[in-house]
Write a protein that binds this ligand. Sequence first.
Ligand code: ZN
Length: 350
Amino acid sequence: MFETAIAGSLPKPDWLAEPEKLWPRWKSEGESLRKAKADATLLWIKLQEDAGLDIIGDGEQARQHFVHGFVEQVSGIDFENKVTMGIRNNRYDAQVPQVTGAIGLPGRVHAFESRLLRAHTARKIKFTLPGPMTIVDTVADRYYGDRASLAMAFAELLNQEALALREDGVDIIQFDEPAFNVYMRDAADWGVRALERAAQGLTRAASPGVRACKTAVHICYGYGIKANTDWKQTLGQQWRQYEQVFPALAASSIAQVSLECYHSQVPPELMALLEGKEVLVGVIDVASDAIETPEQVAATIEGALRFVPAAKLLACTNCGLAPMGRDTAVHKLRALGLGAALARERFGTA
Ligand code: ZN
């Protein structure tokens, strides 16, 4: 009950990449960089286990950014000539690659990290991939001319990698779709359809020895960077974006939904729209360095229990911790583990 997990990313140690940056530069290259990525992944596996987390991730140590880590391996994309583009409905500018032809995936993207993760923890593992709609919002399209078609094309490639991750022994594959909270109508229209295409077949056991895996989607109000905290100021007293997207997700085949809760203006009753789904409730704020107390975490879980059955409630971070200080992140992981343990003591019915 109340299994714990991170949303996805964790800070990169300062010997791996520039700290506290969303698109950090690597500190080494070639084989040294590869080893440094592996070392950082192992470090975070250990720290997540020490914090008592039930579901372990790779902390996205091997990718520069949660979207571009995947896109870098896709053909038909010009990564050399990036352009500046306003993303998330022009909330902030990013340097994005250009789609210049039909896209394809010539090989594996994340085999290195997923196999490393599987080999070094006996706990359940979750692996994150960017969702198709969010990828479309983080590249400049010069070829497809239509966001829904491009999303479907990316969804096929994501599915190819996701099926391979299942073979690697990944238990949960999560697609990150912060764009769902920005383009709500499109999300309900074609975003969820593209997401389901990306997740197609994952819940079936492929062959003896290859387990089925669970599917998840993470939807948030973004990393704790200034552009996002400024944007949140404009959203008013009640953030009701989820209200437009959750009914489509509830009707979808995706098993788990990860959402932002603690310190947000999301009306908690919106979680009731996800009836039947497992809900990863955000109990850790990523926009503040203040460390949550176990009491605060347990109180957030208690509040969510009014709308989500205990058996379907997991405790999670609101979003990734990538741009945060490393020590702060370690303390927040501990708060997550301790707070969920406290909630089990108080509200556990088993
Ligand atoms: Zn997020």
